[in-house]
Design a binder for this molecule. Structure first.
Ligand code: MN
Length: 349
């Protein structure tokens, strides 16, 4: 029988303080947005009668998860009518060892949840085989275990070299694309990875799912969400579709010195930072004089002209002690900081 799936990854539940205000039920508004998105994932799964897959990093804070954060996430997952299969990410674990105690451990006692341990497999009610590899630094062990398995769907929490990061820089990882081609693409209909947050197709059959909810300005301008897809009776992948999350604001960086401008539309669903030199920002502030002030979803950041002046004129009769050098440099470059730097250098000497 055709089986539908919903997959999400790198949820990073947390009471992020930036741009948040306190919320009596959820602790803060950023976390209440996250909970609404988790509800959206579960609602879509219930509507589609889908099995839910999670590819690691359910919680953001390692070792000490906020009680409100844990309880609300646990409650939603425990009450889901759909089965959920999870692997553990590094953020869920105490150490980077694959068998580390984990914030996901309590979930394995829920009847609707399967938490895959280490590298392991599970079968859905409809007979599809899901193989998972939790995060771990034991790379050779993980590869040798992965080599033993095959199935319909692979989930792994891992870094793969050549993946794209923030600003499309190439990342270094523990695995290579040829590892993934050999250990995943050859043996599964689809590979679903967590760990790196930028959604991307890595190899023909394997992708990074991406983080579910925008977390910070490193997600600037990116649409976040989750996927649905089906595995047919013939064990073939069908109808892979991205579902944008609908409840959390995005992050957007407006660089005035790059000629970027802020549109009315931008301000509706984003947390925004406007960056520029102080003259540009004075302009931005003055434009806002008519209204009630700059909304608390917008932050103005002055780009400091960085000082890299490493030449210094000193009198011939100067002593060249670190203290007098520091004072002379401070006088020339950061006079307002002279006293502070003097104290700092005295402490260091
Ligand atoms: Mn991770």
């Amino acid at each position: 029988m055709l089986e539908k799936f919903v997959v999400f990854s790198d949820f990073h539940a947390n009471t992020f303080s930036e741009f948040s205000h306190s919320d009596p039920v959820y602790g803060n508004s950023r976390f209440s947005e996250q909970i609404a998105v988790l509800q959206q994932v579960i609602d879509v799964a219930e509507k589609e009668n889908a099995t839910i897959l999670f590819a690691g990093d359910l919680f953001h804070t390692r070792v000490r998860v906020d009680t409100l954060v844990f309880n609300h996430v646990y409650e939603l997952i425990a009450n889901s009518k759909q089965p959920i299969i999870m692997i553990k990410g590094n953020h869920d674990n105490i150490t980077n060892m694959i068998d580390s105690p984990s914030s996901l451990d309590p979930f394995k006692y829920l009847n609707n949840v399967t938490v895959i341990e280490g590298v392991g497999k599970t079968k859905t009610e409809k007979g599809n085989v899901i193989v998972g590899a939790c995060y771990g630094q034991e790379i050779d062990y993980i590869k040798s275990e992965m080599a033993k398995y095959s199935g319909d769907i692979f989930m792994g929490h891992m870094g793969v070299s050549g993946s794209l990061g923030v600003g499309s820089t190439e990342l270094e990882g523990d695995f290579s694309k040829s590892d993934i081609l050999e250990l995943v693409d050859k043996k599964y209909e689809i590979g679903l990875l967590g760990h790196y947050h930028r959604q991307q197709q890595l190899t023909p059959k394997t992708m990074y799912v991406g983080n579910t909810v925008p977390m910070s300005f490193s997600d600037s301008g990116l649409i976040k969400g989750f996927y649905t897809f089906s595995i047919t009776d013939e064990h073939k992948l069908k109808d892979l579709e991205f579902i944008p999350q609908e409840y959390a604001k995005g992050f957007l960086t407006i660089d005035l010195d790059k000629g970027m401008t802020l549109t009315e539309d931008d301000t509706i669903n984003n947390y925004i930072r406007i960056r520029g030199n102080s003259d540009d920002l004075d302009l931005a502030k003055s434009l806002d004089k008519s209204s009630t002030g700059i909304p608390d979803t917008i932050r103005l950041e002055t780009i400091k002209k960085s000082s890299s002046n490493n030449r210094l004129e000193m009198d011939d009769d100067s002593d060249f002690s670190p203290l007098s050098f520091t004072k002379a440099w401070a006088k020339a470059n950061m006079p307002e900081m002279e006293k502070y730097l003097e104290e700092e250098i005295k402490e260091a000497l």
